[in-house]
Structure formats: C-alpha cells, structure tokens
Design a protein around this ligand. Structure first.
Ligand code: PAF
Length: 293
C-alpha cells in the first residue's frame, strides 16, 4: 500500500509505480534527488547520512527495507528491529522528503532470481565471515538505484567494505549516480553507532569500546611514523587482548580500492576490524590520514 502522507506529514510510498511517478515529477521539476538506503531502526548515524544528502540535493528519499537477501540462515533477519513509526518520525524531523518502504514481495516478487555477483573484493573480510552477504547487498542497492534513479546516494563509512563494493559496482556497471561516503558517527565513548548495539548488555556495551580504542592506538602510532602494517596489527591485537569478552573476527589493514592487505600503511590505507561481543558482531574502521571521528 502507498500512502501519500502520514501523521508526520512525510509521504510514504511502498509500491514501485507510485515511486516512479514521484521520481518523474521531480525530474520534470528539475530537482536533484539523493537516496539514503537503510534497513531502518534509525539512529544518529543514519540521520547524519540524511544531513549529508540534504547538502547535495533538493529532495531526499530514504528507503527502509530489511533485505532478506543479505542475511545468512543463522543471522538476525527475523529479530532485526523494525520500529517503523519511530523511524518515520525521526526521518520527518530530519527533513527526509519521501520514505520508500517496499514489502519483500515488492522487491523480490515470486520468481525473481537474478542477482548481482560481486567480484573478488567481496570474498574477504565480511564476505568470508558472511558468505552471500554482499551479493544480497549489491542486488538490493542496484534495484534501489534503478527504482529511485538518484543523482547521489549516501553510504556510511562504518560499513566500509559495503561502500567499497558499491563504488566498484557503480564503476564496473557504468551506473549514473554519485556516491558519498559519510563519516562514522560515534557515541561519546567512541563506540560506532549501529542498530546492532541494541543487542548488547550494559557490560558488553562497555567491552565494545575496545574496537575504537584499538583503532585509535593504531592511528596514534601511524601519526608518530609507524608505517609497518604488521606492527600496527600487533598493537591492535594487544588492545583486543585486554578485553577477553571480545573476540576479533579480523583485523584488516588494506588498500582502499581492492581491500587486499598491504605491508606498508600509507595515507588512505583502511584499518578495519570486526569482533564478536557475545553473539553480536560489531564493525569499525579508520582511514589513515583522515580525522578520527
Ligand atoms: O547498510 C545497510 O543498511 C544495508 O546494507 C543497505 C545498504 C541499506 C542495503 O540493504
């Protein structure tokens, strides 16, 4: 069902023909459109993407779609939070112009079988731990690009492998959209905002600080001249060693385009970490040379 406007005044569209009609009207009016793709459960990290989108376009579309294709069989698709009324109010207050909230059957009608097959860059790090995840992400993002036809789309730095793969897809498939990478938003203690933080107990939430602490330690060492990736990695491992409740999945010191490991860390090198805190997986990263945020 599509409803032109809700109690918040924010139009919500769930069907493709209505979305296309809205988009056509914006094109005729000559307005630039930005897309902020999300899976909902909005927090300040998503809303910062909206701010970024508003700086770059006259209209901002936010999609809220918990994409089943990007969840593995043992992952949290069913229990992923879906607080739609709250999300709608937050999006409206932040200046989103249109919410696109398709049902699963709208995005993947019966018989839908075509998928994006990512390249080598998807096979490591998150791709290694979550087989099929990035095929699901790229498929839904490509569909959203075709549906919304945005001039610009904004993604968060926190999911840096996702953003890298989307950039490569745009390049490889000649898609006409500008991409913006928006810096990670953090709590005051440095923990990166994530919808999955809601799963942490208060004790785990304290333990989760180690991801940020480890990245900061590496950044400090790099700023003091440490360029050897093996040394930076040991520093990060040392920090994780002080938090036995947190099990790192990987510590990646990598080239920003291929995400392959580098021996020497230079400006632009990405340090990405993923770790399990109880049953919750958390990600964080830092791009060397950028301000630590
Ligand atoms: O980053 C996310 O929330 C999702 O992976 C995305 C880009 C909305 C695709 O489902």
């Amino acid at each position: 069902m599509s409803s032109p406007a809700t109690a918040t005044g924010l139009p919500v569209i769930s069907e493709i023909p209505a979305l296309r009609a809205w988009r056509d009207a914006e094109r005729v009016a000559g307005r630039r459109v930005a897309l902020v793709p999300t899976m909902g459960a909005l927090h300040e990290g998503h809303l910062a993407l909206v701010d970024e989108a508003r700086r770059r376009a006259q209209r901002v579309v936010m999609s809220i779609f918990v994409n089943p294709l990007q969840f593995g069989p043992s992952e949290d698709f069913q229990r992923y939070p879906r607080p739609l009324d709250r999300d709608r109010a937050l999006a409206a207050a932040r200046g989103v112009d249109l919410l696109f909230t398709p049902a699963v059957e709208v995005m993947y009608p019966p018989g839908s079988e075509t998928r994006v097959v990512p390249g080598e860059t998807a096979s490591r790090w998150e791709g290694d731990v979550r087989p099929g995840h990035f095929a699901g992400v790229l498929t839904v993002v490509l569909k959203l690009f075709h549906l919304v036809e945005p001039d610009v789309a904004v993604f968060g730095q926190k999911d840096i492998q996702q953003a890298t793969l989307i950039r490569r897809m745009v390049r490889d498939l000649d898609l006409r959209v500008d991409l913006v990478l928006s810096p990670t938003v953090r709590e005051s203690d440095g923990v990166a905002l994530s919808s999955r933080n809601a799963y942490l107990t208060p004790e785990q939430r304290v333990e989760a600080r180690v991801l940020n602490r480890a990245l900061r330690a590496a950044d400090r060492a790099w700023r003091e001249g440490g360029r050897d990736a093996a040394v930076l990695r040991r520093l990060i491992e040392g920090e994780f060693g002080l938090s036995p409740g947190v099990q790192p999945d990987y510590i990646a010191i990598v080239d920003p385009d291929t995400l392959s490991p580098v021996p020497v860390a230079v400006t632009g090198t990405i340090i990405a970490v993923a770790a399990r805190v109880g049953s919750t997986r958390l990600l964080d990263n830092h791009i060397l040379g950028r301000e630590f945020r």
